[in-house]
Design a protein around this ligand. Structure first.
Ligand SMILES: *Cc1c(COP(=O)(O)O)cnc(C)c1O
Length: 357
């Protein structure tokens, strides 16, 4: 069976070797030495000054929303994973949807200003499949209007933009280390910010609000990461450059196979050093998509409709129109992509897609 992704696992002896440190110390959580080492390694690898590990990419978003004090209306994108919008609603904010650009699939910055009101407190945008938003323009709008910016960078592990980490943009960026992501700790995530005060605030939030053992800074919950997860991350991190290299070769093969077909790929923003985290393709129509998916399923090949449906259609948001996101989400599918996917399978998938299979 070929799925849309295949979780990378390190050699088990390397994982056990890491875990043995936790066995020897009998220390399983509460920011143990494996986690502290992982955070240091991640800061080095991603070239960011601050990073706080949290238990998943969804609470990372919730902590970011809360630390920035977002409330009332928040501008966001309809084209993302549900967690982007559900986090806003969970934190008591009203999502205001701005449609996407049809080629980059990121939020259309030309449509943001007209949706900003006196009740707008921030922008939460997704770097879609690791493709950066038009961050310069979003920064200009945010400065002009005095509002905050969060980037859902769940897909952005290792993405650089114009020579520096994409995570440097916005007030806070969030990462997911879920097992389906390029780098993972089983479950996990992180928040990245240059602002020391925000970092401190999110630190309190993820540890019950504890200020030392017997005092509390404020309301918090448990968003901590165990040593077992940290060991997974530490054992995978050295393989990331190789994982990205191999995925790049797979993506290039897909792209050259599909080049002269009706099937379109996402346009990656100029200046991006991408991480090849997903391979979304846009088919001519939804019937083409369902037909291709069932043809692939006959060979036990399972791409995934991601992102579908468009998030402005969620049952718990105020209905809003986003014609481009709605239309794209009906025709887009993420093809199988992982480091060990072989060229023959890529060719087979492409032949089925372009109708020669
Ligand atoms: C995976 C993902 C999340 C959620 O991350 P979890 O770690 O699974 O909670 C949020 N946003 C996007 C865009 C994602 O792809």
């Amino acid at each position: 069976m070929i799925n849309v992704t295949r979780t990378f696992l390190p050699p088990i002896d390397e994982y056990m070797n890491c875990l043995s440190r936790s066995w020897n110390s009998r220390w399983l959580t509460n920011r143990g030495s494996l986690l502290l080492e992982l955070e240091e390694s991640l800061k080095g690898f991603l070239r960011v000054p601050n990073l706080l590990s949290v238990s998943n990419g969804t609470v990372a978003l919730q902590f970011a929303i809360r630390a920035l004090g977002l409330r009332d209306e928040v501008i966001t994108t309809p084209f993302s994973y549900v967690a982007t919008v559900s986090s806003l609603v969970w934190e008591g904010c009203e999502p205001v949807f701005v449609d996407i650009e049809p080629e980059t699939l990121t939020i259309d910055t030309t449509k943001i200003r007209s949706r900003i009101t006196e009740r707008t407190t921030g922008i939460l945008a997704t770097h879609v499949y690791g493709n950066p938003c038009f961050v310069e323009e979003i920064e200009a709008i945010a400065e002009e209007c005095g509002i905050s910016v969060i980037y859902d960078a769940a897909h952005c592990f290792g993405v650089d933009y114009k020579g520096k980490s994409i995570l440097e943009w916005g007030n806070i960026s969030t990462l997911s280390f879920h097992a389906t992501k390029l780098f993972h700790t089983g479950e996990g995530g992180a928040v990245v910010t240059k602002d020391e005060d925000l970092l401190k605030e999110m630190h309190y939030l993820h540890n019950f609000g504890h200020e030392g053992p017997d005092a509390f800074h404020g309301l918090g919950i448990n968003g901590k990461v165990s040593e077992l997860s940290a060991a997974m991350g530490l054992s995978i991190l050295p393989y990331v450059p190789q994982i990205i290299e191999r995925r790049k070769a797979v993506v290039e093969r897909y792209k050259s196979n599909l080049e002269n077909s009706e099937i379109k790929c996402q346009k990656i923003r100029t200046g991006t050093e991408w991480n090849y985290s997903y391979l979304p393709v846009i088919l001519p129509s939804e019937p083409d998509l369902t037909r291709s998916m069932s043809q692939l399923a006959a060979f036990d090949i399972h791409p995934r409709r991601y992102f579908y449906p468009s998030l402005n259609k969620l049952p718990y948001v105020v209905p809003q129109n986003c014609p481009i996101a709605e239309e794209v989400s009906q025709r887009i599918v993420c093809l199988p992509l992982f480091d060990t996917l072989d060229a023959d399978t890529v060719d087979q998938i492409c032949e089925i897609l372009v109708g020669k299979g």
